[in-house]
Write a protein of this length. Structure first.
Length: 268
């Protein structure tokens, strides 16, 4: 069974050890680990500290860029993803979030082929380590630097083509919640979801991700979560907040507010 998780992107200014201590103090049972913070702290001692904290790792962010959009070659991105898979296994993470990379001048079909080829190459290791790779589509308004996948349907088509229990979906309400038809399709989507990222918004993303606290935006979070529960989703809801309003927040207060809002969302 899953439940509430807080992603380290939400508490951007805190270090890994601060995140662990403050999440525990707030009664949070799970954490979404950001590789950058873990690397800054030191992977080996960070893994030990996370294990001692008692917090479960709901997901690990992130691997990808297989189209060369972030300046790495296809082979370098594959090598980095292999490292991320080993790290996810060491953390006993629920999944590793994966971004395809932007089109980067490729045709849509070629970008898709590069991504599918990378996933197929990574699948034997993912299976051996028992780590799920969770593909995350993004809203077209802010996807340019991250992924060419901008819809759930497109992502599910790719997942079904690979036909592996180790390739699933990362469903982010901030990106997908603006689709008026998403709720009626949750029953089809839910069996393929490895992690749900929770974020609210005052409007569709435009370049930057400016997320709102849960319940302070326009997204139908309660309806989405209710549909997920009805469809049998029992995984984590990882609160991932970022943007201008979040950056200046008191993080301790934000944790309490997120926990309270989550409880209201799942119980409504």
């Amino acid at each position: 069974m899953g439940g509430l998780s807080i992603n380290e992107m939400t508490t951007f200014r805190w270090s890994l050890d601060e995140d662990l201590a403050q999440y525990r103090a707030a009664g949070i049972a799970a954490i979404g680990i950001w590789r950058q913070k873990l690397s800054d702290f030191g992977e080996e001692k960070g893994i030990e500290l996370i294990a001692r904290s008692g917090l479960k790792v709901s997901n690990l962010l992130w691997a990808g860029g297989f189209t060369g959009s972030d300046g790495q070659s296809h082979e370098e991105s594959l090598a980095d993803a292999e490292e991320a898979l080993h790290l996810a296994a060491a953390l006993k993470a629920g999944c590793l979030v994966v971004y395809s990379g932007a089109r980067n001048g490729h045709t849509q079909n070629h970008a898709r082929r590069l991504f599918i080829s990378a996933l197929r190459e990574l699948l034997p290791l993912a299976s051996q380590l028992n780590v799920v790779m969770a593909i995350e589509p993004m809203h077209a308004g802010c996807a340019d630097e991250w992924t060419f996948l901008t819809s759930v349907d497109e992502s599910l088509s790719l997942i079904r083509r690979l036909d592996s229990p180790y390739v699933k979906l990362a469903f982010d309400t901030y990106h997908m919640g603006h689709d008026a038809g998403v709720i009626e399709h949750i029953a089809q989507i839910a069996p393929h979801i490895a992690i749900v990222h929770l974020g609210d918004s005052k409007g569709p993303p435009d370049q930057e991700q400016n997320r709102q606290r849960l319940g302070e935006g326009i997204l139908p979070l309660s309806c989405i979560v209710a549909a997920l529960k009805q469809a049998g989703y029992v995984g984590y809801y990882d609160v991932e907040l970022m943007g201008e309003e979040i950056e200046s927040c008191d993080y301790r207060e934000l944790l309490c507010a997120s926990k309270k809002a989550y409880q209201q969302i799942v119980c409504s």
